[in-house]
Design a protein around this ligand. Sequence first.
Ligand code: SF4
Ligand code: MSK
Length: 625
Amino acid sequence: MDIEDRASSRSVDLASQIMLQEAERQGIKTAWDRFEAQQPQCGFGELGICCRNCTMGPCRIDPFGEGPNQGVCGATADIIVARNLLRMIAAGAAAHSDHGRDITHTLLLTAEGKSGGYEIKDEAKLNAIATEYGIATEGRGKKEIAYELAQAVYAEFGKQEGPIRFTRRAPSKRVELWQKLGIDPRGVDREVVEALHRTHIGVDNDYVNLILHGLRTALSDGWGGSTIATELSDILFGTPKPIRSMANLGVLSSDKVNIIVHGHEPTLSDMIVAAANDSDLISLAKQKGANGINITGICCTGNEVLMRHGIPIAGNFLQQELAIITGAVEAMVVDVQCIMPAITSLTGCFHTKIISTSPKAKFPGATHIEFHEDNALDIAKEIVKTAVENYPARNTSQVKIPDVKTECMVGFSVEAIINALGGSLDPLLDAIKSGAVKGIVGIVGCNNPKIQHDYSHINLAKELIKNDILVINTGCNAIACAKAGLLLPEAADQAGGGLKGVCQSLGIPPVLHMGSCVDISRILTACAAIANALGVDISDLPVAGAAPEWMSEKAVSIGTYVVASGIYTVLGTVPPILGSANVTKLLTEGAEDVVGAKFAVEIDPFKAAKLILDHITAKRKALGI
Ligand code: SF4
Ligand code: MSK
């Protein structure tokens, strides 16, 4: 295979292909090369049948039935697979929820007047969420309300008994089902700790019981930590509204200081955006020979500032190394999650400074400038200054920015969607009932070098809109669709006649960007609102979820809370469960009878679309529409 063919076999994205060729010419290894070097990957790991939960092991089960069928303690494939899956869910739930906790901390400091530069940007949302929590708002100041709300939300993380507030957005039928199954979640801290307890050697040895706790743990993330992250971010940084911007590596500037924010939390990135507007820093950039400061994003912290400020997005997960290889990035500022440790090794070849900021996420080889909310703006200015001062180190002969970028329209929070519909969900419900819109599908999740980069994201979205399915998306799928031009009202031309008409009358794209990974909670909220309006359960709706290129433990938690909420979900990469026929059967068949939804695994996006369309047709028929 020649260099062009190898690049195009790895990614469908033109900018990425150009940079992959550049990397190969320069002898730089990327995630795709490291993936190849890992082949063949461990078969026991792929099937989920290795265990190292105690030092009598590590143990593994022979998938061919010739070798051992139990670990030293007697754990079977069912137990090992279920325990490993539960630990993945717990890790994913912990990541999202710790993000939510950080936002809660920022709200509390802001209410106390102790945060360095944050303010409450959406007072209407503050009042709405406070009311949901039973907190009085009448005649009270916003800081007083925010203080009481932050305290109440903080208490939810460790709630030992009783429901967590946002679960009660779900239809009462769904809540009753969770209660009946014993999976109505308590605080995420308790569920994650219990998950680790249960998976310790010699505790929970019933795969069904383990998986049920997986559902409960995931629910405490989806309707707990993730929803908290979303709602409190909106209060602090503003609820997203439709805004236009640009996507792909071509958003990097050849003559400005390029700073990429990468990771997940908006607390830092929002402040970096503010600091980059500082006139002294802009003057300093000019003194250093640059034409200004250009902030762009990667992954979900990029999504956060994209949808709130229109900050261009440079790419999704698999583009983080490619961005540095452009030679044009003065600083990549990282917080938490999805940041490859590989990026620091690129600093040996390029002038880019990797600036780590979280005490939870340090990177040998990075410059660590620790971020604290109480002094946020000053620290953000120091970070921006460090990047600006690095501009003269740019080797212009090394710079290669692909001239590839696409316009996008983003920022479709639930509030923005209702606003676009004229103030209520009714026009959307009418369109669903008439069949103009056959259903709604949330496509989410990462990139994974096991799948040609962006191929499944884009083709699944295109196939669904062609069949009159409204697509809503978050995370790296949203970035893939932005780069492919699907987040524009003009993309309605690629939709079926019914969806096209709806999009054209409302002036919206057929694929709606709802935000970052924690904003999958917006999808839950939207589904709950639609189900409540129709007087049915979420599992009755013509909706589905998909994660065509997922890779992270967070995605495992997401998929699980989506299914536990009653939404059929199709995965495009295979989860490590196939070593247990019983666990696989439970998740892909039996779950339907338990929670009214199940997982399917389909690598081909066209076949995945067909599965989803069949599911939506069946749901419409059952509803009599
Ligand atoms: Fe082996 Fe059981 Fe220990 Fe796991 S918990 S490593 S299966 S002995
Ligand atoms: S960033 S979790 S690679 S979607 Fe949220 Fe993308 Fe997946 Fe990270």
